[in-house]
Design a binder for this molecule. Structure first.
Ligand code: SF4
Length: 59
């Protein structure tokens, strides 16, 4: 699956873990508890797993 550059809005993330659980190679939790992209790139379908729309493609 194709990977794209993504960003996570830390103010929107509710720390549900959906992205980390579904795409553990792409996302992890920061020390603050919010999700962050590990490399900056993630599976393009990962934007759909976030229930609050906090993951988006980088412009
Ligand atoms: S799926 Fe969305 S709300 Fe849940 S941890 Fe990931 S970025 Fe945060």
């Amino acid at each position: 699956m194709a990977k794209k550059r993504v960003v996570i809005d830390a103010n929107e993330c509710i720390m549900c873990g959906a992205c980390v659980g579904s795409y553990p190679d792409d996302f992890e939790f920061s020390d603050e508890g919010v999700a962050i992209p590990i490399t900056g790139e993630a599976d393009e379908e990962s934007v759909d797993v976030c229930p609050v729309g906090a993951i988006s493609f980088e412009e």
